[in-house]
Ligand binder design. Structure first.
Ligand code: AMP
Length: 872
């Protein structure tokens, strides 16, 4: 890359002193020599011609010379020197010879690497030295060089002056001119290249950098052939006919894509054939396209007032992937009056136009109406194809009766309030509704309940569980189709983990209750104040929905137990909650037990239109008083309010004939205490816990309803053939009169002492918390297979022992977790006892994790009872 400028300057000889005529290669040479080594005060100058810089800012001087070794001179070296000096003088124009030495600036003192001796002279071999020095920055047009001899013996053979430059270069279709480097050694000179013919810069002009050494460095950017041209052998050649090149990024011309042509050379794009189109966003290499044909195989599926339309992609998509579908909906007017557009009330799911899937749901159509749907396929070029006749497929559809839409009301842990509107054009007067429900994904077994109203509360559901509900109406013409499925979830329970948490829960519950009572009082105050200027506008609409019943705050959708005492006429209460059954539908087959009011029998119940079921029939023996009749039917008025899988179900009552009967579902295995005694040790812990779970679930339902049982004991639990336990024996009078376990307390009331919480014994404080105490005793009964609580201890001793904080010991082989739960149920402070929902929650956990039931309690846990024994 280094180009010499051929500035080889030959100097004049002042004092010719030939020391040789040939160089190392024995070629003849001319030299300037001086050798006045024997004389004093030498100052001999030799200067060059004026040398033009040609714009170079840094020049290089290469000197070739020979120099005599002073030591080799014969007869004393005297003033002999072995160096000489090089100077320069910058000037813009050539000057005459009388140049002043004082103007010169010293470049360097030049010494020889090798000097010659007498011997060399004899051999006539020249020892040539080469030294290079650079000079700069130069700013004038030219300069002189000068050499000063101060008494050496030298011969200057050649002086070559040159500068370096970056030569003309063509790189990446860009030309870079001859470039002189900068004056500094590390300097780079940036040069912008020029794109060659039919090329253009890609993104930015191409650039290169010229170094001080004359090298091109750091290329930036490049040129590419213009559209319509392609690069070939470093030049840009035009695209041939039928070919195009549109993008700077692509290198070669491409053949026109299908259905397009390029009729001239140098095409930057191809134009579409007739009837074919392209949109701006189509890539240049994409074929020209056409609108699609009509959708195929369109079918409709009517579901009440919704229609599901489905079709296949068109035979001809027009060569495009962006096929979309539009639906035109028209209502067919009666009596051939033509069509009317569907209007905004009809819903299209996901939408009406621009559908990418081949289906759509059309909802909210009118029932029993004819509709005509036009299905059209479009693609990106449909709009451009003006002369293209649109192709449709038509679907004619007739809707059915509108379905029932079920809405969710108040949701509890075990209940969901439902409401629905009467269906549109129901085809007759609606006699009743049937509500079918089941736990999601458990549709093998479902429950059906009936309602005459358009709302109801479904009870006895599991907490945190999703249920499916469907409703259908019955008219004199029969049942309509079930509505679509509606999914609703019950509320979750708070986790029960032990006494402390339950205490906290109680505190929170008390706080919430207080807050609600306060709210109720304030609401009551405000409501009563309405007469004296209460502003309705300020009333919270939610507050209006709250109702009070029997001292309980009743939320909409939550059913609350209604005390039959609130009815003036107890017969009215019975018929409010219990269905009257015609005695002809019942057959009494055998006696299964003895109740206080008469025999308990069993037999089939055949209600018209229903399948036959086995029922228990409680009878009221002849010769009863009116009070006895009332007391007997009292239980039915209570039972009839409940609907839960763990509460004995009332089928109805027979009051219009004698004997008066209460008909309930039949429980094959009778009462739990006898059943367990009969099957001592026969069940796994999980089976026992399953029974307990059922009882707790039934009790949770009762306490949610605001009903306090007061006589919860294994003898009052009935067991069916599937080991499902159901709570039975309702009614205050029964506790007092019927229960053999009930004993008179000091305050006079008859109470089943062993099952009853201390506060209920002491001051008749019967609450769900006292039911929880009893539940703990039932747990103990179950885990000990029907053992009598506190064995043969007298009621008085039991009261005393419990009062002194002694508790029943864990039954044999009773898992620690269960005994711990029993002990929690027997907390003296009733607010510290777990709630039934917490008990269900815990039992569910234990059932799900059976290993938690493996741990048996330590012996010390029985300590408290040992104390009881001492006392007794
Ligand atoms: P009660 O008058 O409810 O205490 O009933 C007396 C006895 O009749 C109970 O102890 C049970 O053995 C039996 N019993 C009562 N109701 C039913 C029923 N629904 N299914 C089976 N047995 C029952």
């Amino acid at each position: 890359n280094v180009l010499f400028c051929n500035y080889v300057v030959y100097l004049f000889t002042f004092f010719p002193f030939k020391i040789g005529e040939v160089d190392e290669d024995y070629a003849p040479i001319h030299t300037y020599q001086v050798c006045r080594v024997m004389e004093q005060n030498q100052n001999n100058w030799l200067h060059t011609n004026w040398i033009l810089t040609e714009g170079a800012q840094r020049v290089y001087i290469e000197l070739k010379f020979t120099l005599r070794d002073c030591n080799s001179l014969p007869g004393g070296v005297g003033t002999c020197k072995e160096t000489f000096n090089m100077y320069y003088y910058e000037t813009d124009e050539e000057e005459d010879r009388a140049m002043k030495e004082s103007r010169y600036i010293k470049v360097d003192t030049i010494a020889a690497d090798e000097s010659f001796t007498e011997l060399d002279l004899g051999d006539r071999v020249m020892k040539l030295n080469t030294e290079v020095r650079d000079l700069g920055p130069l700013s004038r047009k030219g300069f002189y060089l000068a050499f000063q001899d101060l008494g050496a013996c030298i011969a200057l053979v050649s002086v070559r002056v040159f500068y370096k430059r970056c030569p003309f270069l063509v790189k990446s279709l860009a030309e870079f001119p001859d470039t002189i480097p900068g004056s500094e050694a590390s300097q780079l000179v940036e040069v912008v290249g020029h794109c060659i013919n039919n090329s253009m810069p890609l993104y930015e002009p191409p650039r290169m950098h010229c170094s001080a050494d004359g090298e091109w460095l750091v290329p930036i950017g490049k040129c590419v052939c213009k559209p319509g041209f392609e690069e070939m052998s470093g030049y840009c050649q035009v695209c041939k006919v039928g070919f195009y090149r549109s993008q700077l990024e692509s290198s070669a011309c491409s053949k026109c894509p299908p259905h397009s042509v390029a009729r001239q050379t140098g095409a930057t794009s191809c134009s579409c054939e007739d009837e074919y189109h392209k949109i701006d966003s189509d890539p240049p290499n994409m074929a020209c396209t056409r609108p699609p044909s009509a959708p195929r195989n369109a079918i409709s599926n009517v579901n009440e007032t919704s229609v599901f339309l489905e079709w296949s992609i068109p035979m001809e998509t027009g060569g495009r992937k962006d096929v979309r579908y539009n639906i035109l909906c028209s209502r067919v007017l009666p009596d051939g009056r033509g069509l009317e557009e569907c209007g905004p009330n009809v819903r299209f799911l996901p939408r009406r136009v621009g559908l990418s899937n081949t289906s759509v749901m059309v909802a909210d159509l009118q029932s029993h109406t004819n509709y005509s749907f036009l299905l059209e396929a479009v693609n990106g070029v449909s709009e451009m194809a003006k002369d293209y006749t649109k192709q449709y497929v038509t679907l004619n559809v007739t809707t059915n009766q509108a379905g029932i839409v079920v809405r969710k009301g108040y949701t509890g842990k075990s209940s969901i309030g439902l409401s629905w509107a009467e269906p549109d054009r129901p085809n007759g007067i609606i006699l009743e509704y049937e509500i079918k429900y089941f736990e999601k994904e458990q549709d093998s077994s479902y429950t059906i309940i009936k309602s005459k109203e358009t709302e109801m509360v479904v009870e006895g559901l599991k907490a945190s569980s999703v249920y499916i509900f469907q409703v259908r109406a019955r008219t004199s013409a029969g049942y309509g189709a079930f509505s679509r499925r509606f999914e609703f979830q019950t509320s979750p329970y708070c986790e029960y983990t032990g006494t402390i948490q339950s205490t906290m829960a109680s505190i929170i519950a008390v706080a919430i209750t207080l807050a609600l009572v306060l709210l109720a009082v304030v609401a009551g105050f405000l409501l009563s104040g309405r007469r004296c200027g209460y502003s309705k506008a300020k009333q919270d609409p939610e507050e209006e929905k709250m109702h009070f019943h029997n001292g309980h705050i009743k939320f909409p959708g939550v059913r609350t137990y209604i005390d039959p005492l609130t009815y003036e006429d107890p017969n009215q209460a019975v018929h409010e909650f219990a269905q009257e059954i015609d005695v002809s539908f019942i057959s009494i087959e055998r006696i299964i037990g003895a109740g206080e009011f008469g025999e308990v029998c069993c037999g089939p119940l055949r209600l018209p239109g229903k399948r036959e079921i086995q029922v228990a029939i409680k009878t009221l023996k002849a010769g009863y008083t009116e009070q006895q009749r009332r007391d007997f039917l009292w239980e039915a008025s209570i039972m009839g309010q409940f609907n839960h899988p763990n509460i004995i179900r009332l089928e109805g009552v027979v009051t219009k004939s004698k004997p008066v009967m209460i008909i309930t579902e039949y429980m094959e295995n009778g009462s739990l205490d006898t059943f367990l005694k009969k099957n001592d040790g026969q069940f796994t812990v999980i089976q026992l816990v399953g029974m307990l779970r059922g009882i707790a679930s039934g009790m949770r339902y009762l306490s949610d309803m605001g009903y306090v049982h007061r006589d919860l004991a294994a003898r009052n639990i009935l067991v069916n053939s599937n080991l499902v336990c159901k709570v039975s024996d309702f009614g205050l009078s029964r506790v007092l009169e019927d229960d053999a376990e009930a004993a008179y307390t000091t305050r006079g009331g008859k109470i089943p002492i062993r099952w009853t919480a201390p506060e209920a014994i002491a001051y008749r404080k019967f609450t769900s918390a006292s039911d929880v105490w009893s539940y703990g005793i039932v747990m103990w009964e179950v885990m000990s297979y029907g053992e009598r609580p506190y064995w043969e201890m007298s009621n008085q001793d039991v009261i005393k022992a419990v009062e002194e904080n002694y508790r029943l010991p864990g039954p044999m082989d009773c898992p620690e977790a269960l005994y711990h739960l029993m002990m929690d149920c027997w907390q003296r402070e009733r607010t510290n006892r777990p709630k039934f929902d917490e008990i269900v929650c815990l039992l569910d956990k234990l059932i799900r994790n059976p290993s938690s039931l493996k741990k048996l309690p330590h012996l010390e846990d029985n300590f408290c009872f040992c104390e009881i024994l001492n006392i007794s």
